[in-house]
Design a protein around this ligand. Structure first.
Ligand code: NAG
Ligand code: NAG
Length: 363
């Protein structure tokens, strides 16, 4: 009898631990499949007291004077192992890093963090689309590969970094002057207090779900463009257009594509005039909500990319914006209007963090 109850007892205990390990084990396995404030910032302690990179720590220091782990940003990215599972913080000391940087697809969970919050860490290059390609096959660089910094992996973050493309300013109608400062092709990325500077096609917000929080983005023609689904929250959008230009070109081809650019509580300023958005795709989606917009907007506001059939399917809207540029009296009649209830899901962080079973955005 004692033997039987012992057996039942052990059976019970092992079933308990089996379920216990499933229940508590799962979050551990996926522990780095979200982004928190801890991933975005480096506490002094991280650098001073944690192990150095060479000793197996998770902070790589980039310093031009050779006292860090690498003199270049790409050198630091190259140190990261293939398919790494833990977060790696690349801590970049002030300076202008003149280089082209690629964070490849197979290096997820990378953070670029400037050592000084005063925007004095700059990654800068000057490729433009019409530059001859260096791949030995002839042809040109193209817009895609013109990026000074290209992020192709998931769970990337950057804070207090300036991304820049210093190629000459593109006048309206010019050809081959597209010059990307930052391309984001990975899913689930956060940019916090970054500056993204260029002229035509400054920010290639290519694919994935992204948060740009309190960033500064400057350009003149389609300077935020791509197929990503992004929330720009409390950003400054600065137009440098001398005559005509456009802020956002969303390439959403079909109603099944997830893409769309949402500007929430942003400040739009600079010179112009510029369109708020252009319908690069048939289902192009661009919304400005609660923004303060200076008199830099073309009164019609929105552009159908020369294809009137797109007017039906695009989703261009403004909600509760203020300032001289928010005057809707001469806007195109085909822009959409929303009630407060309809607009709310678009302006919330849930727009980009839309899997209710797994929230990746934990900031
Ligand atoms: C940032 O800039 C301000 C004003 O120029 C300066 O007072 C402050 O010390 C700077 N902060 C750092 C960390 O360098
Ligand atoms: C949208 O269509 C264009 C033109 O066919 C294509 O090049 C692009 O890759 C498509 N974008 C997406 C996100 O499917």
């Amino acid at each position: 009898m004692a033997e039987v109850s012992k057996l039942i007892f052990f059976l019970f205990i092992s079933i308990f631990f089996f379920y216990f390990s499933i229940y508590f084990g799962a979050p551990t396995r996926t522990s780095s499949s979200y982004i928190t404030w801890k991933d975005i910032l480096v506490e002094d302690d991280d650098v001073k007291h944690s192990l150095t990179w060479r000793d197996g720590g998770n902070v790589i220091v980039v310093s031009k004077d050779g006292r860090g782990d690498s003199r270049t940003v790409q050198g630091a990215v190259d140190l990261i192992p293939h398919s790494n599972t833990r977060r790696i913080k690349i801590f970049i000391l002030p300076g202008v890093y003149r280089e082209k940087v690629l964070v490849p697809r197979y290096k997820p969970r990378v953070s670029f963090i400037a050592a000084n919050p005063n925007s004095s860490t700059v990654i800068s290059w000057n490729s433009k689309a019409s530059d001859p390609s260096s791949n030995g096959l002839g042809g040109v660089v193209g817009t895609y590969d013109s990026a000074s910094v290209a992020v192709e992996s998931d769970y990337f973050t950057a804070s207090h970094i300036t991304f820049e493309n210093t190629s000459p300013e593109a006048p309206p109608g010019s050809v081959g002057l597209q010059a990307v400062a930052l391309r984001v092709t990975g899913d689930k990325a956060v940019f916090y207090r970054c500056r993204i500077l260029g002229s035509q096609d400054t920010l290639f917000d290519h694919i994935g779900r992204h948060l740009f929080y309190q960033c500064y983005i400057r350009g003149n023609i389609d300077f935020i463009f791509g197929s990503a689904r992004s929330l720009y929250k409390e950003c400054t959008i600065h137009s440098t257009a001398k005559t005509i230009g456009a802020i956002a070109a969303s390439q959403r081809n079909s109603s099944r594509d997830i893409g769309g650019f949402i500007f929430s509580h942003c400040r739009v300023k600079g010179s112009g005039k510029v369109y708020l958005g252009r319908a690069w795709g048939r289902f192009s989606t661009v919304i400005f909500g609660f923004c303060e917009i200076d008199c830099v907007i073309i009164p019609e506001g929105w552009n159908d990319w020369g294809d009137p059939t797109r007017r039906e399917t695009t989703l261009f809207a403004e909600y509760s914006c203020t300032g001289g540029g928010a005057d809707q009296s001469r806007r195109v009649p085909w822009m959409k209007t929303f009630t407060h209830r309809q607009i709310t899901p678009f302006l919330s962080r849930r727009y980009i963090d839309n899997d209710r079973n797994h929230r990746w955005l934990r900031i």
